[in-house]
Design a binder for this molecule. Structure first.
Ligand code: CP3
Length: 357
């Protein structure tokens, strides 16, 4: 049904197998820093029209692969497709963050929510996965993704982006049962969503927990980690998804790396606030690590970008199980030429690191 992979560095690294050099992809690699992305988005009319067209979503997924020697593609979509499919009414104003017409605030709001139909409201996502897999012709593996239950709940309860998502935090303190009901519905939805992406052809799965790190240690375990663990467990029981490596990424939560590895996931995303050597020590080689260059480095100059990329590779050292990435998404003002500098340096210096005793 599908062509054999021509470049399996990324999947090998996630399995902690040896590779010729370090694989790299970039969070938000298809995005506004690319003029060709901005052109396709303008043609689509809106971000959601772009995401809901399998052909256009495929087109922008492939754009960064045409420019750079990346080792993985990531489905072009958004984490907020699940709440949108639940009926919350998602929109993105140009240049602004996401907005929901119907935020979730009361028990009646939570009671109304169910797991969306993966062949109904979310079919466009699975169609995009199938289209991208076909058009990739086995060049590199395709990553499917979802938001974490906690991070989805942040946007659903706040109704928009926020500095601190205090509305959901207040629900956790005032009505913990209600918060848990919401998070459980989301965990079942995220698991079904990722399993459907696996069935449609995704070859690795990533969970973005962008806002887990703003919780204290005990609330992080209770409201964020616990539901990601529920998702990992459900995927291990799924006929398609059980074969796929799962990457968990809680931004700003490196103190929890060891507990995250206990979920049984294959890999952990790491932001730039910890050295990879220390992150490796924390997980004891149980999982692969993905990261962790500060995205702001891409706003510097080629010489600095090469030096900082080498520092990340040196920190991880000559071990299997490193996927190079930024510690968070690339930002719109980055010069695309700087991404080329980064990708080429990671591949060149990754070979040097591997040649070390
Ligand atoms: O990585 C990729 O190339 C795949 C596509 C992808 C998008 N969003 C496309 C997008 C992925 C993996 C995401 C994940 C996502 N979306 C996260 C988790 C990762 C992270 O960055 O923390 C979050 C929190 C969101 C929610 C979201 N989507 C916000 C807050 C915004 C607006 C702010 C922004 O960065 O533009 C979006 C919109 C969005 N999602 C854009 C893109 C390319 C820009 C929309 C546009 O073209 O106007």
């Amino acid at each position: 049904m599908s062509e054999p992979l021509k470049n399996d560095r990324f999947l090998r690294a996630l399995r902690r197998e040896p590779t010729d050099t370090t694989p790299i992809w970039v969070m938000r690699q298809a995005g506004r820093y690319l003029p060709e992305y901005r052109a396709t988005r303008a043609r689509a009319g809106s971000f959601m029209a772009l995401a809901q067209s399998p052909e256009l979503a495929c087109e922008v997924t492939l754009q960064p692969l045409e420019r750079f020697d990346l080792d993985a593609a990531i489905l072009f979509s958004d984490i907020l497709t699940i709440p949108d499919a639940m009926g919350l009414g998602l929109s993105f104003a140009q240049g602004e963050g996401p907005q929901f017409a119907h935020p979730v605030r009361t028990r009646a709001d939570v009671d109304k929510l169910g797991v969306p139909d993966m062949d109904g409201e979310l079919r466009y996502v699975m169609d995009a996965v199938r289209t991208i897999r076909r058009e990739l012709h086995g060049r590199v593996p395709l990553i499917g993704f979802s938001g974490s239950p906690w991070t989805l709940a942040c946007y659903m309860v706040e109704g928009e982006g926020s500095r601190d998502f205090a509305t959901l935090k207040a629900m956790c303190w005032n009505e913990p049962k209600l918060a848990h009901q919401l998070l459980d519905t989301l965990a079942r939805s995220v698991a079904a969503y990722l399993a459907a992406q696996a069935a449609a052809g995704a070859q690795a799965l990533m969970v973005f927990d962008t806002w887990g790190g703003m919780l204290g240690p005990a609330p992080y375990r209770e409201f964020s980690l616990r539901y990601m663990a529920q998702v990992v467990d459900a995927l291990k029981a799924d006929a398609h998804a059980r074969e796929l490596p799962v990457i968990l990424f809680s931004k700003g939560a490196h103190r929890h790396l060891s507990a995250m590895a206990d979920t049984g996931c294959a890999a952990l995303g790491v932001d730039w606030t910890i050295d990879l050597a220390d992150a490796r020590a924390a997980v004891g080689g149980r999982v692969a690590l993905q990261g962790n260059l500060d995205p702001a480095v891409l706003r510097s100059n080629p010489e600095t970008i090469r030096r900082e990329a080498r520092a990340v590779l040196d920190s991880f050292g000559n071990h299997p199980g490193h996927v190079f990435n930024l510690g968070h998404g690339i930002t719109p003002e980055v010069d695309p030429e700087h991404v080329k500098v980064l990708v080429d340096e990671v591949h060149a210096y990754g070979r040097v690191v591997r040649a070390r005793a």
